[in-house]
Write a protein that binds this ligand. Structure first.
Ligand SMILES: [Zn+2]
Length: 698
């Protein structure tokens, strides 16, 4: 997995890092000890009881397909969004917990002992309480000992070497976007605690209030760490000042989507000139990264700004910043007082979560992130039958054919570009279920009585694993998601689509149901991932995964006109209403363009694949089951994958950081752009879901 670019994923799991960054990012909201694990409800494909029959599908299809579901499935207190997706994730997490709990109590082999101990250390909150802040003492002492700003690199490198990395920037190894056969060093912006740079920059009452509460929160955390109220307030002000400067120097998420904006090859000497006051040679040495003489600097201006900040800010301010990040980064695994305070701000205020996530869920997810391919080996044996893989292979082949047919008939694309697109499509590789070769975790030392130590060693282990790729041939068999994950992704440098075992079950995929529902579920997901190879970002990469223009200028222009249509359309979709001083929040059509293009393309090509499959079986799209035609069942099956409720706070956060539109617009946006929908439900041309003019890219 490239350290700079995140692959295009199907769904952003709210606040949980799906792919591993080279350095620690802001942690997920903290969690608390709580209730006994319960097996969650099962999810069905095509749920008649979810439908709101009082709604008109031609006016608001999402309300029709999901209205009753939304009414009868309020957000549980420990969640910030709740959808059919979440229920499936919770189910997988429960099954994983069973494995971990059994392994923690009586491991059968060395691998089980390793993940069992990792889990057990996380569950032992009594010991966490007893240890207090002592596990952080060595790192806190190092920070307190910083004498001058020119020793920053030594300090940050030393902390990272011990697994106590402070995320001022992100460094790691990933594929060269212009030569995907090479794995090179890459460095990029980071260093913020709030979810996006907008939280620091946007000047309205909503964000001013959040910033005020953030400073109060930092102050409280530092008081808990032993500082006087006066000292803590001063430190918190420094934290906000440094982070605001970093935010202003950061490239926006939308601009980072354009590959050329994040591709700047520098010699190491040239890079060091960008930030002469931070001695990167010391930092690289501390990380024990192999030798390299050039690297990709995703965000050169950010490093110039870091340098100016190092020169400008007093050393005491930097110590405050580093001290804060160390404590904040460990808050989930410190005594309850830290944990609760961190939850109150990052969980409740920022995301609208009412109660902390139970500890067993937190520890299950943490173990999955750390040792996912160890736990996953046993998990797939129980939960992923070989027949599921065989069915998926068939479905993927059907979708590939359908996308090929679609490309072949596009009226706006020249034969030359069509040929190149077809070549790229033929080169997409498919990975289904779980890795052929599991990651070797034997170098990771786990101690049952040392939670923070385990996290430190795991950080070092994961970083070494990543840095070891430097200069090596690319291993196409590596995965960026663990097997129980309910998600999927496309990676533009690998040019591959990836479907973890976790998603290959209802409501996405059900052996026992009619094909229309499966094509509307997993079929659209497969089409979605394939279309990512041809969205506003993926279309800049060729079949080998190299950033290279393979379009004629006229075709690129025609493509951009089409994507601009989608940008304008989705910009008009309201995500959260205005109230008081708080303005309405809208979908960001540019940030979500790739996902919207993939949703629209996926819905269209899975439909065509369904028509082909029905024709082969001599069945008709108008055949009825339970009072619905196959056509209607296809669209309802698609919509019900996205039934969800979200807290207003998380909605407002996600429109800034999530490249996916909210469920309502993933559904309504895609169906209103596809005439087959209006016809299937007998809508009149001009109704909201069957408009006169619509957008189409693929
Ligand atoms: Zn996607």
């Amino acid at each position: 997995m490239n350290c700079i670019r995140l692959a295009s994923i199907l769904l952003l799991a709210a606040l949980l890092p799906v792919t591993r960054p080279a350095l620690a990012q802001a942690p997920p909201p903290p969690q608390a000890d709580a209730s006994k694990p319960q097996p969650p409800a099962s999810v069905h494909s095509f749920d008649l009881s979810a439908i709101d029959k009082s709604a008109d599908p031609c006016t608001d299809f999402y309300q029709y397909a999901c209205g009753n579901w939304m009414k009868s499935n309020p957000i549980p207190a420990d969640q910030v969004r709740w959808g059919t997706f979440s229920i499936l994730s919770e189910r997988n997490r429960y099954l994983l917990w069973q494995e971990l709990d059994a392994a923690a109590q009586g491991p059968q082999g060395p691998l089980e002992k390793q993940y069992g101990d990792y889990f057990a250390a996380c569950m032992n909150t009594g010991l966490v309480e007893q240890k207090g802040l002592t596990p952080l003492d060595p790192a806190l002492k190092r920070i307190a000992g910083l004498k001058s700003a020119d020793k920053m690199a030594t300090l940050i490198g030393g902390l990272a070497a011990e697994g106590a990395g402070v995320p001022l920037f992100r460094f790691g190894v990933g594929q060269d976007e212009k030569d995907s056969s090479k794995q090179i060093a890459q460095i990029s912006q980071a260093g913020l605690s709030l979810p996006d740079r907008d939280y620091y920059i946007v000047d309205n009452k909503h964000f001013q209030e959040i910033r005020k509460q953030y400073v109060e929160h930092v102050t409280k955390m530092l008081i808990l760490a032993g500082d006087s109220a006066e000292q803590a307030a001063k430190e918190a002000a420094s934290v906000l000042e440094i982070e605001t400067a970093l935010a202003k120097a950061s490239t926006s998420r939308t601009d980072m989507r354009q590959p050329e904006n994040r591709y700047h090859i520098y010699t190491v000497a040239g890079f060091e000139k960008l930030a002469p006051d931070f001695d990167f040679s010391i930092y690289f040495k501390d990380l024990k990264v192999g030798s390299f003489d050039s690297l990709n600097v995703a965000t050169p201006d950010f490093f110039k700004a870091v340098n100016e900040l190092i020169a400008r800010e007093p050393v005491e301010a930097w110590k405050s910043y580093l001290r804060w990040h160390l404590i904040h980064g460990s808050a989930n695994n410190l005594p309850k007082a830290f944990f609760d305070e961190s939850f109150a701000f990052f969980g409740k205020t920022l995301a609208g979560q009412q109660e902390p996530t139970p500890r067993w869920k937190q520890c299950t997810s943490m173990t999955d992130r750390a040792l996912g391919e160890a736990v996953g080996q046993d998990w797939v044996k129980k939960n992923f039958p070989p027949a599921a893989k065989a069915s998926m292979d068939q479905l993927v082949a059907a979708l590939e054919k359908s996308l090929g047919d679609d490309i072949g008939t596009l009226p706006w694309m020249s034969d030359e570009t069509k040929k190149a697109a077809e070549e790229k499509l033929a080169m997409i590789r498919n990975k289904i279920g779980y890795p052929e070769k599991w990651r070797d975790y034997s170098a990771l030392k786990v101690k049952r009585d040392d939670l923070i130590g385990n996290l430190r060693r795991e950080e070092v282990f994961a970083r070494n694993w990543n840095l070891n790729h430097l200069g090596k041939p690319v291993d196409e068999k590596e995965w960026g998601m663990t097997p129980p994950t309910v998600n999927a992704y496309y990676d533009s440098s690998f040019n591959d689509i990836n479907f973890p075992a976790g998603i290959l079950q209802p409501p996405f995929f059900d052996f026992t149901i009619d094909p229309a529902v499966n094509f509307g579920g997993i079929g659209v997901v497969i089409g979605h991932e394939m279309t990512h190879g041809f969205d506003d970002e993926g279309s800049h990469f060729d079949g080998k995964g190299n950033l290279r223009e393979w379009w004629t200028p006229a075709d690129r222009k025609a493509f951009t006109e089409r994507t601009d249509c989608e940008v304008n359309e989705y910009n008009g979709f309201e995500a959260a209403p205005a109230h008081g001083d708080t303005p309405a929040a809208y979908v960001n059509g540019r940030l979500t363009l790739g996902e919207n293009t993939a949703d629209n393309g996926g819905l269209r090509i899975a439909w065509q694949a369904l028509l082909d499959a029905l024709a082969e079986q001599h069945k008709s799209i108008d055949d009825k089951i339970d009072g619905f035609t196959e056509a209607q069942r296809y669209f309802i099956g698609f919509a019900q994958v996205w039934c969800e409720n979200r807290s207003e706070a998380i909605t407002r956060q996600l429109v800034l950081i999530d490249p996916h539109s909210p469920g309502r617009w993933r559904v309504n946006g895609a169906v209103q752009n596809f005439d087959a929908f209006g016809k299937a439900f007998g809508c009149r041309k001009g109704q909201p879901m069957f408009p006169q003019n619509s957008c189409r890219v693929w």
